[in-house]
Design a protein around this ligand. Sequence first.
Ligand SMILES: Nc1ncnc2c1ncn2[C@@H]1O[C@H](COP(=O)(O)OP(=O)(O)O)[C@@H](O)[C@H]1O
Ligand SMILES: [Mg+2]
Length: 248
Amino acid sequence: MSLFSIRNLNKHFGGLAVTDHVSFSLEKGNRVALIGPNGAGKTTLVNLVTGHIKPDSGEVFLDNQNITSLSPSARVKAGLVRSFQVTRLFSEMTPEEHVALAILQRRGRSGHIFAHYRAMPEVMAELRDILGLLNLDALARIPVSDIAYGQQRLLEIALVMALRPKVLLLDEPAAGLPSTDTVLIEKALAQLPPDLAVLMIEHDMDFVFRFAQRVIVLAAGAVIFDGTPQAVAADARVREAYLGSYAA
Ligand SMILES: Nc1ncnc2c1ncn2[C@@H]1O[C@H](COP(=O)(O)OP(=O)(O)O)[C@@H](O)[C@H]1O
Ligand SMILES: [Mg+2]
């Protein structure tokens, strides 16, 4: 059985099928891009998978367990994590405090956060490792409000790493960044554990082609293509729905 699978997932908003019989699986180590035009239902699909929206029908499996009725936090605990959004960072907290909070949350000790984490050698060692890997060590004790946007997005990835997911969902990790910072995000993604399965929503097709071994295309809620990056640009339906001039 696959590490992660979505089976025949459906969701309507009013009369509109936003998620239309969507099925696919991810294996350990997969790097998959989810693309599609605006309004195709990509974010809704992520919200269904994380449990923030309830599907009308269909199921989600992680590690042989049906997680369709689990709460969002229970899914995180089970190893299904979506990237944090910059807007969810606390502006007065430092990167070190954010990562410590995530580590303690994973270890089930978030109640003790500020008083004690600096006295916990394992937590300090792990957070130094994570911040070092993402080149955030120099910013560890500076409030998030005083660090650049690109670095804030790297911090999102640091938080995800601290949760040690099995499956990671990234909704446009480089959105709003200049291309110099996109390179930083790409480097950070290259540091993710090789076993982790990653599904990334991304509009920048150059980034998609560098990152993904497999591309899933969503249009009007339905999967219209699931295959290699080489094949996606040649697919007539995809070209019509999405790629347009890029394919030419
Ligand atoms: N809470 C909601 N209520 C009603 N319609 C919604 C809601 N969320 C999204 N939609 C609609 O569902 C469709 C898919 O949206 P979305 O999942 O955000 O697409 P994408 O992320 O691919 O741009 C759009 O037509 C959008 O207007
Ligand atoms: Mg979206």
